[in-house]
Design a protein around this ligand. Structure first.
Ligand SMILES: [Zn+2]
Length: 119
């Protein structure tokens, strides 16, 4: 759904709101693949050269500067990927809403808007 740039700010905000409502489940963070070493000495992961365990999927997210990680079962990887995509989409929509609001604020305070079109 593309909003016409000539639509009123209220209409565009409403459209963004509709798109946000349609996003569904959303998760921040990233999905990475990890190879690990276990604690058993004599395991192939401690051999030379080492054969590490994995790959395992891991979801990581930074909260207040601390990285939170969670092991993701293989059969949930597609779900996580989908939720991460949704969150990215959500952030784009929020950024769009913020930009729109700033443009309105500029207009109301009489600041020239670079993107204003000739009428
Ligand atoms: Zn091992």
């Amino acid at each position: 759904m593309i909003v016409s740039p000539t639509a009123s700010p209220a209409d565009r905000a409403a459209t963004i709101g509709t798109q946000i409502a349609a996003v569904g489940l959303a998760l921040p963070g990233t999905l990475i693949q990890r190879h690990t070493r276990c604690g058993r000495s004599g395991c192939h992961c401690h051999a030379d050269p080492p054969v590490l365990h994995g790959p395992y999927w891991q979801w990581t997210r930074k909260v207040h500067g601390k990285t939170i990680t969670r092991l993701v079962p293989d059969d949930l990887v597609a779900d996580y990927q989908h939720w991460l995509d949704n969150h990215r989409r959500l952030r784009e929509l929020i950024a769009e809403l913020e930009e729109l609001t700033l443009a309105v604020a500029d207009e109301r305070s009489g600041r020239p808007d670079r993107r204003r079109r000739n009428r």
